[in-house]
Design a binder for this molecule. Structure first.
Ligand code: PLP
Length: 474
C-alpha cells in the first residue's frame, strides 16, 4: 500500500465529520453526507476541519500515479465510513473511464498559460471525474446499511449525461434525470438518452430548465417518493461531487512543480470551490479566479458586496448559465470564519428578497479568497478564434470563458492554469459560429448516432412525473 501515513493518522478525525453551513444538527459521517446531499437544515455539508497534505504528495514529477494522489487526497474525507479498498476501487473505476494516461493532462497554449484538460472521460466533460467516483462510493455506502437510493436531478445537459453514464447499472441506485425537451444540445441528448440500463429513467419535460429544477425540488420534498429508499440528488451541492474534483488541482500543481494560478470556468462555483479546498489542504495555488459568463452574479457580489438575483440569460457556455451559484454558500461560510449565523442570515435574505448585502468585513474577506472575472458573449467567441489562431487548439465555449479571463490577468506571476471543462465536440454550434466550421467528431460521439433514444416525454407537472417514475419501476 503506497498511501501516505497521513491517511492512517486522520481516520476518524474531524476531516471526516461533516457539519452544515447553517449550523444545525450533529456532525455526520462521509457516507451520510454523500447519500443525503443537502443537509436537513437546508445548508451545505463541509468537513469539520481541512486535512493537510504532506509535502511528499506535491513533490514534482513524483512517480505516484493519479490514482495514488487521488487516494491520498480523498481518504481523510472518508475516514472510517468506507474501507481503503473501497476508495481504491472507486478511484480505479474513475481512472479506467478516462482515455488519457495522465487522466487530466496539462497542455501549454501560450507563454505561462496552460489548459488542464478534464474532458477525457466518457461524456467529454469534467463532471465525469466526480460522477464516476460517486457511482462506486455510493453503492459501497448503501451496502453497509442495506438501503437503496433514488437519485433525481435536473440537467441542462452535462450533468445528466455524466450521471447517466456513471450510474447506469450501479447497484442499489435508481437515477431519474429531467431535461428540458428539445433544449439540450444534440450531443448531450444522445449521451443521456442512448444508455440502456434498467436503473435509469430520462424524463423529457415540455418546459425549460427552470421547470425541471422546480419539479426536482418538489419531488425531493415528497416523502412518498422513494417508497422507503433514500432520495437524493447529484448536483454540486453534494460533497461527493466537490471532493472528486480536488485531485486534479493537486495533479496540476505537481506537474508544473510549484505554485500555479488557477482559472476555473464556473456556474455553481462547484469546480472553483474544489480548487479552494485543494489550497486549504496545502496545494500551492497562488490565486483562484472564477471565470463567469454574462451571468455574472458572482463577479458582481465580489465587486460590489451586494448579492442580487436576476434571470439567467442563455449563453454559449450553457453549463454556466447560473445566477444563484449554489456553492457560493460554502465560500461565504469559510470567509466568515465559519459563522453559521451570518451565513444563514445572508442566504435567508437572498431567498426572501432576491438580494442581500454582505457585512463589510465579510466582503473584504471574500475578496481575499477568490477573484472573479466576467466574460461576455462576444469575447467568448473571439477567444475561441484567438486560441485557434495562436496555438491551433479548438476550445469549448466554457473553456474559452476561462482562457479569456486568464489573458486578462497580469502576465507576471505563477503559471496560469485554465480548467478545460469540456471537449469542443460537445458544442459544435458555438465552434462553428466562431471558426466557420464544426470541430471533428470523436468516435465516442459518432458511435451514439445509431442507438435508439430512451426517454419519456412528460408535461411539466409533478404528478405526471411521479406517475412516470412509478410506471418505470412498478
Ligand atoms: C457544469 C459545467 C461547468 C460549471 O461547473 P460548476 O461546478 O457549476 O461551476 C463548466 N463547464 C462545463 C463544461 C460544465 O459542464
Amino acid at each position: 500500500m503506497t498511501v501516505a501515513s497521513l491517511t492512517e493518522r486522520d481516520v476518524d478525525k474531524p476531516t471526516a465529520r461533516y457539519i452544515s453551513t447553517r449550523g444545525n444538527g450533529a456532525p455526520t459521517t462521509f457516507d451520510d453526507a454523500l447519500l443525503t446531499g443537502l443537509a436537513p437544515d437546508g445548508g451545505l455539508y463541509l468537513p469539520m476541519a481541512w486535512p493537510r497534505l504532506s509535502a511528499e504528495h506535491l513533490v514534482p514529477h513524483h512517480p505516484r500515479s493519479y490514482a495514488d494522489l487521488a487516494h491520498a487526497a480523498l481518504s481523510p474525507f472518508v475516514g472510517e465510513a468506507l474501507s481503503a479498498q473501497e476508495v481504491t476501487t472507486a478511484i480505479d473505476h474513475m481512472v479506467a473511464g478516462f482515455r488519457h494516461a495522465a487522466v487530466t493532462p496539462l497542455k501549454q497554449i501560450d507563454e505561462d498559460l496552460w489548459l488542464l484538460e478534464l474532458f477525457h472521460g466518457p461524456t467529454l466533460a469534467f463532471k465525469d471525474c466526480a460522477m464516476r467516483l460517486m457511482a462506486r462510493l455510493a453503492p459501497a455506502a448503501l451496502a453497509k446499511t442495506g438501503e437503496d437510493l433514488l437519485l433525481i436531478t435536473a440537467t441542462s445537459g452535462d450533468t445528466g449525461a455524466a450521471a447517466v453514464n456513471a450510474f447506469a447499472h450501479a447497484e442499489r441506485i435508481r437515477l431519474v434525470v429531467l431535461h428540458p425537451e428539445g433544449r439540450v444540445s444534440p450531443v448531450q441528448h444522445k449521451q443521456m438518452t442512448t444508455v440502456d440500463a434498467p436503473n435509469v429513467l430520462n424524463l423529457a419535460v415540455a418546459g425549460d430548465f427552470d421547470d425541471c429544477q422546480r419539479m426536482v425540488k418538489a419531488l425531493l420534498a415528497d416523502p412518498q417518493l422513494g417508497r422507503g429508499a433514500r432520495v437524493s440528488s447529484v448536483n454540486s451541492i453534494n460533497w461527493g461531487r466537490l471532493a472528486g474534483q480536488i485531485p486534479y488541482y493537486l495533479a496540476a500543481c505537481r506537474a508544473l512543480d510549484g505554485p500555479i494560478r488557477a482559472i476555473t470556468p464556473t456556474g455553481n462555483f462547484g469546480d472553483a470551490f474544489a480548487g479552494w479546498v485543494a489550497r486549504a489542504m496545502g496545494a500551492p495555488i497562488a490565486a483562484i479566479t472564477a471565470a463567469v459568463n454574462q451571468n455574472d452574479a458572482l463577479a458582481r457580489v465580489l465587486e460590489t458586496g451586494v448579492y442580487t438575483r436576476c434571470p439567467a440569460q442563455p449563453s454559449a457556455s450553457v453549463s454556466m448559465d447560473v445566477q444563484a451559484p449554489s456553492n457560493f454558500e460554502r465560500l461565504v461560510f469559510e470567509a466568515s470564519q465559519r459563522d453559521a449565523a451570518v451565513t444563514t442570515q445572508l442566504f435567508a435574505d437572498f431567498a426572501e428578497r432576491g438580494q442581500a448585502r454582505l457585512p463589510e468585513g465579510l466582503h473584504a474577506a471574500l475578496r481575499e479568497e477568490v477573484h472573479a472575472i466576467a466574460v461576455d458573449e462576444a469575447s467568448t467567441h473571439a477567444e475561441i478564434a484567438r486560441t485557434f489562431q495562436l496555438s491551433g487548439d479548438i476550445i469549448c465555449p466554457h473553456t474559452a470563458v476561462g482562457v479569456a479571463a486568464a489573458r486578462a490577468l497580469p502576465r507576471e506571476g505563477p503559471p496560469r492554469v485554465v480548467l478545460a471543462t469540456a471537449h469542443p465536440a460537445k458544442f459544435p454550434g458555438a465552434i462553428t459560429a466562431a471558426l466557420g466550421a464544426p470541430p471533428p467528431t470523436p468516435d465516442a460521439i459518432a458511435a451514439l448516432d445509431d442507438l435508439p433514444v430512451r426517454a419519456v416525454s412528460i408535461a411539466p407537472d409533478i404528478e405526471i412525473a411521479k406517475a412516470a417514475i412509478d410506471t418505470r419501476w412498478a
